[in-house]
Ligand binder design. Structure first.
Ligand code: FMN
Length: 337
């Protein structure tokens, strides 16, 4: 049941690819806390094909921890995707995932991301071209369709399975829906019913360990992919394995470790401080004094000052039971550039 191509995963819980979030430092933490798979964020096939230096930086990974290493690519052209697949394999990828769900115009206007939902034959041609070029197992991540009138997930799954894809992830919202409304888990169950042999990753609105188990039980999917529910909470993977939520000391130590790894990864201290602010907001979410902490760190530019503020806040921060449950404040547009 937990087979994915040539791999056997240790449990059914995986981190969702998230632009600006699923970078090596966060993937490593999620793996260490028990996630079975952590694909990279979407990486441009055009950039890889041209060996663009900035694109290649996205491919950095930790081979000790990230096993198997899954690289997500986006692109609309089978030949370009094939070349990018080969580069990905040379750089260490063991699995390749194709983004067929990204709703952002910059991506869809070139026939990539969710635009592939409008052309199942081309989506299948991309799978074939990448398989042949790289010899690696290929997974695909789709939405339920482009809009309410074209929910063609069954047709997509048939074309992709026929092309030899090793696994399918479904985020059951249409492109038109973006991130609004509720993910329609009946789509996940429908896919499993029609394609029982195809390893299926259910995704969408899993916020707690109980949600994840409910998705497995109610849809029959093989894997559960967790995105926003892991923001500021990579411990969700440990809890899913029966472990405890973090103590304040543990949370503080992990935030500091993540911050240091992020600074090293980004290479530019000011840029790293700024891009880490959203992680800090997510880690602080639901803790007493979170709003004041966010306001304070948003004024700090030096890594040492941020680390100090983190120590002061997280070492004693506990759940704020008086605060109303607010929705996570996630700026998807910024993350997706
Ligand atoms: C900040 C952010 C960035 C995302 N970037 C990607 C991406 O690079 N590739 C992708 O396939 N999906 C991306 N997604 C979609 C997620 O993988 C996932 O399908 C979606 O968030 C629904 O799952 P959730 O309810 O568990 O968050 C992104 C989502 C968020 C919130």
């Amino acid at each position: 049941m937990l087979r994915l191509g040539p791999f056997t995963l240790p449990n059914p819980y995986v981190l969702a690819p998230m632009a600006g979030v699923s970078e090596m430092p966060f993937r490593v933490l999620a793996f260490r806390l028990g996630a079975a798979l952590c694909p990279t964020e979407l990486v441009s096939s055009q950039g890889l094909m041209r060996a663009n230096q900035r694109t290649l930086l996205y491919l950095r990974f930790d081979p000790q921890v990230e096993r198997p290493y899954s690289l997500q690519l986006y692109g609309g052209d089978p030949d370009a995707m094939a070349l990018a697949a080969r580069v990905g394999r040379e750089k260490g990828a063991q699995l390749l995932d194709i983004n067929m769900g990204c709703p952002v115009k910059k991506v869809t206007k070139n026939g990539a991301g969710s635009a592939l939902l409008c052309d199942p034959a081309r989506a299948a041609a991309i799978v074939r071209a990448m398989r042949e070029a790289s010899g690696l197992p290929i997974t695909c991540k789709i939405r339920s369709g482009w809009d309410a009138r074209s929910r063609n997930y069954l047709q997509m799954a048939a074309a992709l399975q026929e092309a030899g894809c090793a696994g399918l992830a479904i985020h059951p919202r249409t492109r038109e829906q973006g991130y609004s409304g509720q993910a329609d888990w009946s789509v996940i169950a429908d896919l499993k019913r029609h394609f029982p042999e195809l390893p299926l990753f259910g995704n969408g609105d899993v916020k707690t360990p109980a949600d994840a188990r409910r998705m497995l039980d109610s849809t029959g999917c093989d894997f559960v992919m967790i995105g926003r529910g892991a923001l500021g909470n990579p411990w969700i993977f440990r809890e899913l394995a029966g472990g405890p939520p973090p103590s304040p000391e543990e949370r503080c130590a992990l935030v500091l470790e993540h911050f240091q790894a992020h600074v090293d990864f980004v290479g530019d201290p000011l840029g790293a401080v700024r891009s880490f602010r959203r992680h800090l907001a997510w880690y602080a979410h639901g803790l007493a004094g979170a709003a004041a902490f966010r306001a304070r760190v948003n004024t700090l530019d030096a890594p040492e000052a941020v680390a100090d503020a983190v120590r002061r806040f997280f070492a004693s921060a506990d759940t704020d039971r008086s605060a109303p449950e607010e929705e996570q404040d996630v700026d998807y547009r910024a993350a997706l550039g």
